[in-house]
Ligand binder design. Structure first.
Ligand SMILES: [Zn+2]
Length: 343
């Protein structure tokens, strides 16, 4: 059954006149309608659209003398509405935005929770990975051309993007860490030293937080170098009878050196075998971590259009249409922006 969501607001214009603006979204699939996070975000959006319509109305009807303040607010509102649309994951199946494992140099303790780990061939487009579409997708064709024209140094030619495998898995992050009281970010030590301010929001409040095992489900993503070690640990970590314990049945220490592209991690099995039970609704969807683009969109990426702009352009497509965009933007950020604007 499809639902609809309508919101209306009445503005007093003085002189006993008022202006009523309403916004209605119809045909919301039930899976989305049952998701409180989605519906709340949409209610916010409707209010923003209404507010925007009101400002539109004010700007047009009152014939602004100084186009400063109201004009600027209108631009700000438009921007917020657009960016909010661009971060909404329209995928029907889940609205549980993944929370990612935080990498820092030093030691981390994890327990792998999934039995199935998807492997995705991807290209790196500067701001994120895009799933490859097959052997003759636009990037593959461009790569072929570049390789033919520059057999010796094709990797260094502008536009060439090698295909690589990316993996993502739910883990229980048991690393001893802090949680920022201001923005809720996982704050981890860098080579055993905790930062004086939160790396996410720069809040100094993090100094007084006690360290404890994080104990939260996070999505760990990585390449072949890391995930092949998990495969090996799965095989070579044995119980008393010489049988593999299974990768989900022991903690793993990740020794991390360096950061960014220079980061390397060594995965070592521990002897901590406690039984962990996590209910499936607390796991994230690892199948759609890396966004999928159409051939046309991939051509746009190749031309330098950002992923963000492509997601924003999808805004015009119908809500019920299947699409798999996903970014790691927190809905809290949107709320904060809205609150700031109306403070
Ligand atoms: Zn913070």
């Amino acid at each position: 059954m499809k639902r609809s969501l309508s919101t209306e607001r009445t503005y007093s214009l003085g002189d006993y006149k008022s202006l009523k603006i309403s916004d209605k979204i119809e045909e919301i699939p039930e899976e989305l309608a049952m998701n409180p996070e989605f519906m709340e975000t949409f209610r916010h959006l409707q209010l923003m659209e209404i507010e925007k319509a009101y400002y539109d109305y004010s700007v047009v009807s009152q014939v602004m003398r100084k186009d400063g303040t109201d004009g600027e607010r209108l631009v700000a509102l438009t921007e917020i509405v657009n960016s909010t649309f661009s971060i909404i994951d329209y995928s029907k199946r889940t609205f549980n935005r993944p929370k990612f494992f935080v990498w820092t140099p030093g030691q981390h303790i994890i327990r792998i929770l999934d039995t199935y780990i998807p492997r995705k061939p991807v290209y790196w487009f500067g701001s994120g990975y895009a799933q490859a579409l097959g052997e003759d997708d636009p990037q593959a064709l461009l790569n072929k051309r570049i390789r033919l024209e520059n057999p010796d140094n094709f990797r260094n030619v502008r536009g060439y993007r090698g295909l690589s495998d990316r993996y993502a898995v739910n883990v229980l992050d048991r690393t001893v860490a802090k949680v920022c009281p201001n923005c809720d970010a996982d704050v981890k030590s860098v080579n055993s030293t905790f930062p004086a301010i939160c790396p996410s929001c720069n809040s100094p409040a993090v100094v007084n937080v006690q360290v404890a095992s994080l104990n939260k489900v996070r999505v760990l993503q990585g390449g072949k170098q890391l995930f092949e070690q998990f495969l090996t640990r799965d095989k070579d970590t044995l119980d008393g009878e010489g049988n593999p314990r299974g990768i989900q049945n022991f903690d793993i220490i990740l020794h991390v050196v360096g950061s960014g592209a220079q980061r390397t991690a060594v995965a070592v099995a521990t002897t901590n075998y406690d039984v962990i039970e996590i209910s499936p609704e607390n796991l994230f969807d690892t199948e759609n971590i890396f966004p999928k683009f159409t051939e046309e969109e991939m051509e746009q990426l190749i031309r330098g259009v950002t992923m963000r702009d492509i997601f924003a352009a999808r805004r015009s497509t119908s809500l019920t249409e299947e699409s798999t965009e996903s970014t790691a933007v927190d809905p809290e950020d949107v709320k904060k922006k809205v609150e700031e604007l109306f403070a």
